[in-house]
Design a binder for this molecule. Sequence first.
Ligand SMILES: Cc1cc2nc3c(=O)[nH]c(=O)nc-3n(C[C@H](O)[C@H](O)[C@H](O)COP(=O)(O)OP(=O)(O)OC[C@H]3O[C@@H](n4cnc5c(N)ncnc54)[C@H](O)[C@@H]3O)c2cc1C
Length: 466
Amino acid sequence: MRLTPDVCVVGAGSGGLVVAAGAAQLGLDVVLIERGEMGGDCLNFGCVPSKALIAAARAAQAQRSGSAFGIAAVEPRVDFARVMDHVAETIAAIAPNDSVERFEKLGVRVLKEQARFAARTELLAGPHRIRSKRIVLATGSRPAVPPIPGLAEAPYLTNETIFANRTLPSHLIAIGGGPIGLELAQAFRRLGARVTVLEAMSFLAKDDPELSTVVLQHLMDEGVELRAGAKIVDGTAVILDGGELIDGSHLLVATGRTPTVDGLDLDKAGIAHTPHSITVDSGLRTTNRNVWAIGDCNGLYAFTHMAGYEASLFIRGALFRAPARLDHSIVPWTTYTDPELAQVGLSEQAARAQHGDGIKVVRWPFADNDRARTERVNDGLVKAIADRRGRILGAAIVGPNAGELIQPWCLALSRRLKMSAMASFVPPYPTLGEASKRAAGSYFTEALFGARTRKLVRFLARLPVW
Ligand SMILES: Cc1cc2nc3c(=O)[nH]c(=O)nc-3n(C[C@H](O)[C@H](O)[C@H](O)COP(=O)(O)OP(=O)(O)OC[C@H]3O[C@@H](n4cnc5c(N)ncnc54)[C@H](O)[C@@H]3O)c2cc1C
């Protein structure tokens, strides 16, 4: 069948669904092509199952950690199959939002097929031939498997298979010390598994070490074995380069993501790409002016919120013909370990590289936050960076709910606010969020309580009261 929609979207994950829903609600004729599960990685194999598992693990950990409050600590009895039922139920509860039925109700024509290009503005999907002037590729990514000898033959799990496993590993070996590896490592440890994480380089390498150290210490305190600089020379049995054998019951590969660019016949449409990304300009347009690439497949950022943001840029730029450029200075991310680790904008290191030593770094530790003390949170901090004129360049938080606490900083970055704005709102007391205001306020401590201000205030104090 021949179709000629206004917009054709390939991939019904975090990015593709936002484009399809937005364009359909704007009254356009939309075709959405999905070869696998509606909802893509985030719903089925990523954010949702991992956060559901983390929530179950937190419930288990709460039973172990009451003694400081006078509540007897007990070792939780974990029914792992029931935990995985909870994970599946959570996916099922969210799935209707991303379903074929919901999108068809919005007026989207959904084709459950594999799509590939036949020409510059033409796609083939099963029996369909789709011609459109606006094609959006939102094909996502898949687990990157490192070229470790023997690994391909070993029975290993990835994010695509681990949430279907219903047996608690006695010893889970995770390869990869990034956010995915560490979130799952802590969750499995809390649910009762022995866990070893092997990382060839350093853990949480994209985050500020001043903050990531706090996360790593918590993981080690809970018994997660972390091995940095671990070079695996044989993946069949997990043997390190010194000859040490790491003997586990289950192996998880969490060594990053490879954007999905294969199977699309991109060359037939004149779309430049590498094995690792589809090339896009700052408006997310590919080298074919009728085709855009958003989300994980363009290799820029592998986060659901970035796929959604990029989808909104397509709608703005291609449908409203308004200026739409990806703003790299406002990108947030969170690692959902306990404590959480959240970052937005520039890290201290990146800010120094871009702005030199003119930047100012401020901090507020949770040890100086009353609410944190009531919760017996003694470590963690808010750290923020501003330029010479006080414009906020970035912020990072390690602590409970850091992914929520970072949000005022996300707003500040996207509205280009200064530290004065973050220092002058009134947060309710006692909240962890006060730490952000106090960090911003400390930007002014020196000037406010310095010799010149003190002299001025002493002078004013001698004047008659007015
Ligand atoms: C374990 C894990 C945890 C994560 N946790 C978080 C988190 O907490 N927060 C966060 O922001 N991000 C998280 N992510 C990342 C997040 O899942 C991705 O960034 C997001 O799903 C990317 O969305 P997307 O639309 O680019 O691709 P996807 O959501 O992967 O969708 C792509 C879709 O395209 C389809 N497709 C591909 N090729 C074709 C084709 N040729 N024809 C038809 N269909 C095709 C695929 O089947 C897939 O359904 C996590 C990822 C993992 C693996």
